[in-house]
Design a protein around this ligand. Sequence first.
Ligand code: URA
Length: 188
Amino acid sequence: MMRCERCAALVRTRSRVVPGAGAMPATVAFVGLAPGRFGGDRTGVPFDGDRSGAMLRRMIRIAGLRRVFITNVVRCNPRDAAGRNRDPAAGEIANCRGHLRAELELARPRIVACLGKVAWRELAGRAAPFTPEAPRLATVGGMRLFAMYHPAYVIRGAYPESSYARDFARLADLVRSPAASGRAVAPD
Ligand code: URA
C-alpha cells in the first residue's frame, strides 16, 4: 500500500501515502474521503492536523468511543490544478478499493461509520439511501454500516454540531448493544 502507484495523478500530487490508523481490533472504523492537504498529507495520519480531524476526534472523545480505527476511501491527497483539495475520481476510488477492504479486514470493526456520501456509496452501494439525519445500522456484505455526515459539512454550518454530537452518541450506544458485539468484517 505504501508504495502504491496505481493513480498517476495522485502519485504526482501526494506528499505521502496515508494508510488507516488506530486500534485493531476496533469498535468503530470511520471511513472519510481522502487525506487533506493540511492534514494527513502532511502528518501521515488520517484526520490529523486539520479542522475536519479536530472535529471528528472531538466528537469521538465526547461520545466516549474507544479503540477506533480511522481511514479514508482513498489513501492519497487529490488536488485540482490550483492545488486545492478535490474529490477523488471514480477510477481513483476503484484503485484504492482493495486497500480499504484489506484495512477493514484487519481492523475487524463492530461498526463501520461512513463519513459522507462518497464513503457510504463505496461501502453500501448506490442503491442504499444515504440518510445521516436518521442514522440506523444497515448490514451490507457482512458489514454493519452507519451513515454520518462528513465533519467538513458540520464545520461549514450545514448541519448543527449538537445534532452531530447526538449522532455520535447514538453510534456509541449501538457499539455497546449486544447486536453489535460481533465483528462487522469477518476474518478470513
Ligand atoms: N482528512 C481526512 O483524512 N479525510 C477526510 O475526508 C478529510 C480530512
